[in-house]
Write a protein that binds this ligand. Structure first.
Ligand SMILES: N[C@H](CCC[C@H](N)C(=O)O)C(=O)O
Length: 279
């Protein structure tokens, strides 16, 4: 039983799972290699993202959050982890509202139930420069295709997404198509790839190939991107129930262009990292 290593908490949002570290209490020095070691599901703890809660960097936020993919890359957004970190901070303070800051901006989060959290994920970025894309194109119809996936919508929620609308998300080989599209030349910072199928008015099914992580059971920023893309394409209104492999998120694209995401959080276990993973 490791009693001296860096403490961690394992949490998930609809099966999108996280190792959460806290540098406010235990200073740590992460490198891409150490992120990969912790995230490895065979030789490490295993997670879709490694999250670090850091001291707030200004008076308007409660904490800073850094997001690492299991390949060691960083991301500007992680919706499911934001709900989990917000929940931890609210459990700590007893507050029902917190502000989390990331490299992409400030995120307001609010408790909606004992294990239910709403996050204002910030504005949808729709200009090609903000996705970012390698050239000036209409983000409502990106000029790329791979196999049966054609004509996606580009959206950033602080991280890049390409949303493809399809007739049946179960019929596509996302494991084969995802990595090709993630690394497409149109995406200088790569992209998260979503395939989405309208089930009914206000209800949409999606699956995701996450940048730097592969297929995950849920993607909060991806669900926001899908809801915005569907509204922009006129496929539904500005509120949607987004059904992911791991469960359902409620998304609303607000009149001020911010996107509100509401969904559950869950704790799995806590422990301390062996020094072989994080010296
Ligand atoms: N792979 C994503 C980060 C995690 C996003 C996802 N887990 C979420 O809940 O938003 C990226 O590189 O932008």
């Amino acid at each position: 039983m490791n009693t001296t290593g860096q403490p961690f908490i394992k949490m998930h949002g609809l099966g999108n799972d996280f190792v959460i570290l806290d540098s406010r209490t235990h200073a740590l020095a992460l490198t891409p290699d150490r992120v990969r070691a912790v995230a490895d599901r065979h030789t490490g703890i295993g997670c879709d993202q490694l999250i670090v809660i850091e001291p707030a960097r200004n008076a308007v936020s409660d904490a800073w959050m850094t997001i690492y993919n299991p390949d060691g890359s960083q991301s500007g957004a992680c919706g499911n982890a934001t709900r989990c970190v917000a929940w931890l901070l609210m459990q700590e303070s007893g507050a029902d509202k917190v502000v989390i800051e990331t490299v992409a901006g400030l995120l307001d989060a609010e408790r909606r139930g004992p294990l239910l959290v709403a996050v204002d994920m910030g504005p949808a970025r729709l200009d090609w420069r903000d996705i970012p894309l390698a050239q000036a194109v209409d983000t409502l119809h990106l000029p790329i295709s791979t196999g049966a996936l054609v004509d996606p919508v580009g959206v950033s929620m602080g991280n890049p997404h390409a949303v493809f609308f399809v007739d049946d998300v179960e019929a596509l080989d996302l494991a084969a198509l995802g990595p090709v599209l993630e690394h497409h030349a149109l995406f200088p910072e790569r992209a998260n790839i979503e395939i989405a199928q309208v089930l009914a008015p206000g209800r949409i099914r999606m699956r995701v190939w996450e940048r730097g992580a592969g297929i995950t059971r849920a993607c909060g920023s991806g669900a926001c991107a899908v809801a915005v893309a569907a509204a922009r394409r006129g496929l539904m209104g500005r509120a949607a129930e987004v059904v992911l492999d791991g469960g359902t998120l409620a998304i609303e694209w607000l009149a001020d262009n911010h996107v509100l995401m509401t969904g559950p959080v869950a704790t799995s276990f806590a422990g301390r990292l062996d020094s072989s993973l994080l010296p």
